[in-house]
Design a protein around this ligand. Structure first.
Ligand SMILES: [Fe+2]
Length: 335
C-alpha cells in the first residue's frame, strides 16, 4: 500500500466504522481523517477505498452549507424588509461560489450534495451560482466578467423571496393563477436588484432567466438576440439543476435523462453552443465512470465528442464501442 494513497483522503470523512483485524474500533464513522489517522491506518495495515469516505472534503461541505444558510438569511431579510441586502450577497455568498468553482472542486460531488429537497430554493440558488460560473469558465469568461456572471447567477431567483410560500412549496401542480404568481418572481427580482442600483446585467438576468431562444419563455417572450448571454447561461444551469433535484412536487430525474431531454429541446429552447458545451463537460466529468447500456450490459465512458456528447465512446468487456455508430445501443444510466 502506498503511503500517499491514504493521505489522499485527509480532510474527508469516513462513512463507516473502521476496525482493526482484531475487531477493535479504530475510527468511528464520521471521523474527519487527519494525518495521524492515515498513519494509524497504515500501522494497522488498513487501506481505505474511495467508497469508505465521503465525496466532498468536510471543508467544502461546510462552505456549501454556510452559503446555503446565508442565502436563506438573505431571502428572510427581503421578506422582512422588502429590500435586498446586496452586500450580504457580495461578501458572504459570492466568495464561496467563486472559491468552489476556481478550485474546480468536483462539480458532480458538489451537486450530489445539493440535491436534497430540504431548503430547495436556497440550495438551488447556490447550485445555479456554481454551475453557471463553471459554464462561464468553460466558455472562456474570466476576471471581472466572471464575477458579474457569478453574481447574477447567485441572485437570479431572489424574486422568489416575495412569492407566497404556499405556492413555492406546494406539493402538487400549480393552478394557472398560482403559476402566474410564480412567474412574477422574475419581475420582482429585477425590481429588487434595480432598487439596489446594481450593475444592470445582474438585474437583467433575474428578469430574463426564464426567457427562451424561440420566444416561448417569460415574462416578456423575448427572443434569442434580445436575451443577454448571462441569462442564457443561467437558464441552462437553472433547468439542469431543477430537473435533477428532488423538489416538493417532483422527484429528481437522472443526469443522462435530463441532458437528453435538453439536447432534444424537450425542456425548452436554449442557446445551442452553451447547451452543447455544458453537456459535453458534464459527460466528460463521467469519463472513467460506469454506465449501464440499454441492453443491461455495463460499460465505462472513455471519450466524449463535441458533436455527439451523449453518444460517447464506451468500453464494454474490454471492447471499445462508439455509440454514435450503434443505432440500437445507447446509455440507460450513468452510475
Ligand atoms: Fe427562476
Amino acid at each position: 500500500m502506498a503511503h500517499s494513497d491514504q493521505h489522499a483522503f485527509i480532510g474527508y470523512r469516513v462513512r463507516r466504522d473502521i476496525f482493526t483485524s482484531k475487531g477493535t474500533l479504530l475510527l468511528p464513522s464520521g471521523t474527519v481523517l487527519k494525518a495521524k489517522h492515515a498513519d494509524l491506518l497504515r500501522a494497522n495495515g488498513i487501506t481505505l477505498g474511495t467508497d469508505d469516505v465521503t465525496d466532498l472534503k468536510l471543508a467544502d461541505e461546510t462552505q456549501i452549507l454556510e452559503a446555503v444558510m446565508e442565502i436563506k438569511e438573505i431571502f428572510g431579510k427581503v421578506q422582512a424588509e422588502g429590500s435586498l441586502p446586496i452586500d450580504w450577497v457580495k461578501d458572504r455568498v459570492l466568495p464561496k461560489v467563486m472559491d468552489l468553482t476556481s478550485r474546480h472542486a468536483n462539480l458532480l460531488d458538489m451537486l450530489r450534495f445539493l440535491h436534497d429537497k430540504d431548503e430547495y430554493t436556497y440550495r438551488h440558488t447556490f447550485a445555479v451560482g456554481v454551475i453557471a460560473s463553471m459554464i462561464g469558465r468553460w466558455l472562456g469568461i474570466r476576471g471581472q466578467e466572471l464575477i458579474r456572471l457569478s453574481m447574477s447567477a447567485s441572485v437570479h431567483d431572489i424574486g422568489k423571496s416575495l412569492v407566497a410560500s404556499e405556492i413555492l412549496l406546494k406539493p402538487g401542480r400549480l393552478t394557472a393563477e398560482e403559476f402566474d404568481a410564480m412567474k412574477e418572481h422574475a419581475k420582482i427580482g429585477y425590481r429588487l436588484l434595480k432598487d439596489e442600483a446594481v450593475d444592470e446585467v445582474i438585474a437583467l438576468v433575474a428578469l430574463q432567466h426564464h426567457e427562451r431562444e424561440d420566444g416561448t419563455g417569460y415574462p416578456d417572450g423575448v427572443r434569442a438576440e434580445q436575451i443577454h448571454l448571462f441569462s442564457k447561461i443561467v437558464a441552462v444551469a437553472d433547468v439542469f439543476h431543477a430537473m435533477t433535484s428532488n423538489r416538493v412536487y417532483k422527484a429528481a430525474l437522472p443526469y443522462y435523462e435530463v441532458m437528453t431531454l435538453m439536447w432534444e429541446g424537450k425542456l425548452g429552447s436554449f442557446q445551442r453552443n452553451i447547451l452543447n458545451l455544458f453537456i459535453k463537460h458534464i459527460m466528460e466529468l463521467h469519463i472513467g465512470k460506469s454506465v449501464v447500456l440499454n441492453d443491461g450490459s455495463p460499460g465505462k465512458i472513455v471519450y466524449v465528442s463535441s458533436s455527439a456528447p451523449l453518444q460517447p465512446l464506451v468500453s464494454r468487456y474490454g471492447v471499445l464501442i462508439d455509440l454514435r455508430l450503434e443505432q440500437e445501443l445507447n446509455i440507460r444510466e450513468m452510475v
